[in-house]
Design a protein around this ligand. Structure first.
Ligand code: SF4
Ligand code: SF4
Length: 455
């Protein structure tokens, strides 16, 4: 039986591992997206997977909204000024995952003649190569968190046999509701962006996956698809919405592909190897705006939440908005905050510096109190096997942690660490509070260092 034919009482899902953390989405799911523009923005030049961009601007230079301010030599994902203003500094500053990076700070001075990026004529009929160029020039990356350059993901090898586009509306991380709000408030953009991506990769079938805790979004998407009549456009695309079980990590690519199509991505492979390309809903909107309006990625929608912030919100903010400005805009701390995370609680990065800024991949900013997060000292492994049961990739994080504690990181490949995508299910399940995902990260970093040295 195909997974798609399961009844509502047994909604489609992936077959192995996974967890059900508390959702906490009620804090923000009914809050419409608000705009917030700070007085200055600080943009780290490392915003996507691959080489960092190099600054093209110097202190005191004037920039207009949308100007390229940093680029990767030889082609790559550029960074654009999200606001018009004056370059205040180009210097070393904090970065959520790299600790430090080159950061370009702009003092905002909005003007009446700032580019607004209206719709351009004939965008639906542009040749595919030109659409890809626009996506590259707009600096579009995966906005679900991965930040992989989108033009590279959509430039398929000649021998690729792809038949389906999967649009990821799962938003399985607890607390985060920004994709949910985009599906409710900007469903037309999500659908048109998905149609354009289908056209670029040459498929006639598009499946939008939404977890069953977001039924209103699924309904809204279905309604919009029917209104826009995509099956009558050139080319026609059959777009369907499939509601999946709410189960973390439903939104990770391999799990979502299995849930929606029943296809299993092979070890070390990509969804493309089973005929599928996956894009997130916010990325679909960014692709539409790049092609239809020539608009670069200047801002993003993110969720500011947690019991440690006074007024949780869904916000559209310029890239480079600081955590400090967001904290102030959302009313400051509420209670004793023990952890601040950029991203979701499962895969986000803990930050220690309020000067860290929102990058293109930042989908959330969480202020967590002791009631919401574990800060207990970790204990020895009791061999309960919970982490193995929870791992969606069938790995042995307990064994990896034991080898790491024994100082033997280069003997951990046998436990499948290269397949680990750092979802955090193992750490969440461990009764001994062992930082299993961190052990995985350090083991993978040890292999990367070892391989670099061997070259
Ligand atoms: S973080 Fe890695 S090892 Fe842990 S559950 Fe996820 S995939 Fe498995
Ligand atoms: S869940 Fe924790 S205690 Fe249990 S086997 Fe895994 S590492 Fe050991």
């Amino acid at each position: 039986m195909s997974l798609l034919s399961w009844s509502k009482s047994a909604l489609p899902t992936f077959s192995r591992g996974g967890i059900h953390p508390d959702e906490h989405k009620e804090l923000t799911e009914n809050l419409p997206i608000e705009d917030f523009i700070p007085t200055s923005v600080s943009l780290p030049v490392s915003q996507s997977l691959g080489p960092s961009a190099e600054p093209l601007v110097v202190k005191a230079a004037k920039v207009k909204r949308g100007d390229v301010i940093a680029t990767v030599p030889g082609g790559g994902v550029s960074l654009h000024a999200p606001v018009s203003g004056i370059i205040k500094n180009v210097q070393t500053g904090p970065h959520a995952s790299l600790v430090y990076d080159t950061v370009i700070t702009i003092q905002a001075k909005p003007g009446e003649d700032d580019p607004q990026f209206p719709e351009q004529a004939g965008w639906q009929a542009l040749p595919v190569a030109q659409m890809l160029e626009r996506i590259r020039d707009a600096g579009v990356v995966g906005l679900g968190g991965a930040a992989f350059p989108t033009y590279r993901k959509l430039t398929l090898p000649k021998d690729a046999k792809v038949d389906t586009l999967v649009i990821n509306g799962s938003e399985c991380e607890p607390y985060l509701t920004c994709d949910y709000r985009l599906m409710l408030e900007e469903s037309e953009k999500v659908v048109l962006g998905s149609w354009l991506i289908s056209k670029i990769i040459g498929v006639k079938n598009c499946v939008i996956g939404v977890e069953d805790n977001k039924q209103p979004a699924a309904e809204k998407m279905r309604q919009t698809i029917a209104e826009l009549g995509l099956d009558k456009m050139d080319p026609p695309v059959k777009m369907t919405v499939v509601v999946t079980q709410t189960r973390y990590p439903q939104g990770s690519e391999k799990q979502l592909v299995q849930s929606l199509t029943g296809r299993l991505v092979p070890k070390g492979g990509l969804p493309m190897h089973v005929g599928i390309v996956v894009q997130n809903v916010a990325t679909a909107i960014a692709c539409l705006e790049a092609i239809r309006n020539g608009k670069p990625v200047l801002e993003r929608v993110l969720t500011v939440s947690g019991l440690g912030i006074k007024t949780p919100k869904n916000l559209r903010v310029p890239i480079g908005t600081s955590v400090e400005d967001l904290l102030a805009y959302c009313g400051g701390y509420s209670g004793e905050v023990v952890k601040i995370l950029l991203g979701g609680p499962m895969m986000g990065r803990t930050i220690a510096d309020l000067g860290v800024s929102v990058t293109k991949g930042s989908s959330g900013l969480l202020f967590l109190t002791a009631a919401e997060t574990s800060i207990t000292r970790y204990q020895p492994c009791i061999s309960c096997g919970e982490c193995i049961d929870a791992c969606p990739m069938g790995l042995e994080p307990n064994r990896v942690s034991q080898y790491m504690e024994a100082g033997r990181p280069l003997e951990t490949e046998q436990f499948g660490i290269r397949e680990c995508f750092e979802c955090g299910c193992c750490s969440w399940s461990c009764p001994s509070h062992r930082p299993l995902v961190q052990f995985m990260q350090v083991a993978k970093a040890a292999y990367r260092r070892h391989e670099r040295k061997a070259k």
